[in-house]
Design a protein around this ligand. Structure first.
Ligand code: HAM
Length: 417
C-alpha cells in the first residue's frame, strides 16, 4: 500500500463539510470588511520568499520545499501567503487602483517541519492582507476581522497577544542591545543563532533550541527601544482595540518568525490544542511591497491555520455541520424500470433535487438498505405495475408513510410545493 507523505493529510468526505463551513465563514467575514479574494500560484520563484520572508528565518533556512525545475529555475512551493500576494500586487499594478486594497486568500502552504499535532508539511491558511494604509486603525481592523471570524465560528479559550517590533530605526537600536546582551552567552547559542546574531539578532529570539531559549529568557524587550512614532502607533492600536471591546495582552516577547514585520505584531493563541497553540499570526509590514518594486505601500495582515482552527473547534465542543443525506433514492426492479429510474433521476437533478439510483444491480431489499445507509429522505420504488401506471411508490423514510405519486409530480411532492 502506498501511503501519503509524512506531514500531509487527506480530508475525507466525513470531514470536508467542516472545511466548507470554516471556508464559507471566513469568506463571509472577509467580505464584511470589503476584502476581495486573490489567488496566487502554489509555487513561485524562490527569490519571492528569500526577499519576502528573509534569509535568516527558519522558514527560509530549513523549511522550504525548493527545487530546480526542468528549465533550471529555482522554484519554491509557497510556505505562506503574504509574499506571493505582495509579488502579485506589484506585478499586476494593483497599487495604481483604489487603496487600501483589501485582499484575502485561502491557500495550501508547504513547510518542511517536524510533523506533530497541529504541525503539518502541507497545511492551509486563510489570510488577509490590507495594503496601502499605514495607520494603527487598519491594524485594529485586521485584528478585529480575525476576532470576528473566531467568534462567528464559536471558538472558545483563545487569547490575543500584541506587541510592537518597531520600525527599522528602533530595531537597529534594539539589535545592538541584543548583541551586547548575548555577547556574554555567545558560546551557549546554537550554530545558526551565532550566525543570526551577526546578520539579524532579532531572529535569535525566535529560535526553538532549548539552550537558546534559556539564554533569551531575560533579554531586554523591544518595547523599551521604540521611537516616538512607534510608541504612538502602539498606543493608538491599544485605544482602538479597547474601543472595540477586544481583550488583549501586550506580550513583548512576540517577534514572529518572518522578517517582513514592522511595528504591530500579534497572535491568537489557544492552550486547547497542544504545543502548537498559535491559531493565527500577523502584523504590519511596511517595507515588504517595496521589496517587490512599488514604493510607499504599507501593509498589514494575518493568517489563520485552518487545520489548527478545526482542531480548536472540535475541542471547543462546537457543533460542526454534518454531511446531509441524499433527498431521494429511486429503487427499481427490471431493465425498463431501471431506465425509468435513470430518466427520473436526470429530470429531478435538473430541478435541483439530489437523487441517487442503483449502480450495483442490487435486489430491492439491498437497495432499501443502501438508501438507508446514505441517509435518503425519500425512497421511490418503480416496479412493473408502477411503470405501467406512470407512478412511483414514494416512502418517507422518517415515518414510513407511503404515497403513489405520478412521475411528473415527484419533484413538487418532495419539495413540499
Ligand atoms: P505564520 O505565523 O507563519 O504567519 O503562520 C500563520 C498560521 O499558519 C499559524 O498561526 C498556524 O496556525 C498556521 N501554520 C503555520 N505553520 C503551520 C504548520 N506547519 N502546520 C499547520 N499550521 C501551520 C504567516 O504565515 C504570515 N504570512 C501571516 C501574515 C499574513 N502576516 C501578515 N499577513
Amino acid at each position: 500500500m502506498i501511503i501519503a507523505p509524512k506531514g500531509t493529510k487527506d480530508v475525507l468526505p466525513s470531514q470536508s463539510k467542516n472545511w466548507q463551513f470554516v471556508e464559507k465563514t471566513a469568506r463571509e467575514v472577509a467580505e464584511l470588511f470589503n476584502a476581495k479574494e486573490i489567488r496566487t500560484p502554489t509555487f513561485e520563484h524562490t527569490e519571492v520568499f528569500l526577499r519576502g520572508i528573509g534569509e535568516t528565518t527558519d522558514i527560509v533556512n530549513k523549511e522550504m520545499y525548493t527545487f530546480m525545475d526542468k528549465g533550471g529555475r529555482s522554484i519554491t512551493l509557497k510556505p505562506e501567503g503574504t509574499a506571493g500576494v505582495a509579488r502579485a500586487f506589484v506585478e499586476n499594478g494593483l497599487y495604481a487602483g483604489a487603496l487600501p486594497s483589501k485582499l484575502y486568500y485561502i491557500t495550501q502552504c508547504f513547510r518542511y517541519e517536524r510533523p506533530q499535532a497541529g504541525r503539518l508539511r502541507e497545511f492551509h491558511q486563510f489570510g488577509v492582507e490590507f495594503l496601502g494604509a499605514s495607520g494603527a486603525d487598519v491594524d485594529a481592523e485586521v485584528i478585529i476581522l480575525a476576532k470576528t471570524l473566531l467568534d462567528r465560528l464559536g471558538v472558545k479559550n483563545v487569547s490575543l497577544f500584541i506587541n510592537s517590533i518597531g520600525c527599522k530605526n528602533c530595531r537597529k537600536k534594539y539589535s545592538e542591545a541584543l548583541k551586547k546582551y548575548m555577547e556574554y552567552n555567545y558560546s551557549g547559542l546554537c550554530d545558526l543563532c551565532k550566525e543570526r546574531l551577526n546578520k539579524n539578532p532579532l531572529r535569535v529570539l525566535d529560535c526553538k533550541n532549548p539552550d537558546c531559549k534559556k539564554i533569551t529568557a531575560d533579554v531586554p524587550v523591544i518595547l523599551d527601544y521604540l521611537c516616538d512614532e512607534c510608541v504612538e502607533h502602539m498606543s493608538k492600536l491599544e485605544k482602538l482595540l479597547q474601543l472595540a471591546g477586544v481583550e488583549y495582552t501586550v506580550n513583548p516577547k512576540i517577534v514572529r518568525g518572518l522578517d517582513y514585520y514592522t511595528k504591530t505584531v500579534f497572535e491568537f493563541v489557544s492552550d486547547n490544542i497542544g504545543a502548537q497553540g498559535t491559531v493565527c499570526g500577523g502584523g504590519r509590514y511596511d517595507g515588504l511591497i517595496t521589496e517587490f518594486g512599488a514604493n510607499d505601500v504599507p501593509g498589514v495582515g494575518f493568517a489563520v491555520g485552518i487545520e489548527r482552527l478545526l482542531m480548536l473547534l472540535e475541542n471547543s465542543g462546537v457543533n460542526l455541520p454534518v454531511n446531509e443525506g441524499v433527498k431521494l433514492y429511486v429503487a427499481s426492479m427490471g431493465e425498463k424500470e431501471y431506465q425509468k429510474a435513470f430518466e427520473i433521476a436526470t429530470k429531478l437533478r435538473e430541478q435541483n433535487v439530489s437523487v441517487e439510483i442503483d449502480h450495483m444491480q442490487r435486489g430491492i431489499k439491498s437497495q432499501f438498505k443502501y438508501a438507508d445507509k446514505i441517509g435518503a429522505e425519500f425512497v421511490a420504488v418503480i416496479g412493473s405495475t408502477e411503470l405501467e401506471q406512470g407512478v412511483v411508490k414514494l416512502k418517507k423514510m422518517a415515518d414510513g408513510t407511503e404515497s403513489m405519486i405520478a412521475f411528473d409530480e415527484i419533484g413538487k411532492f418532495i419539495k413540499g410545493e
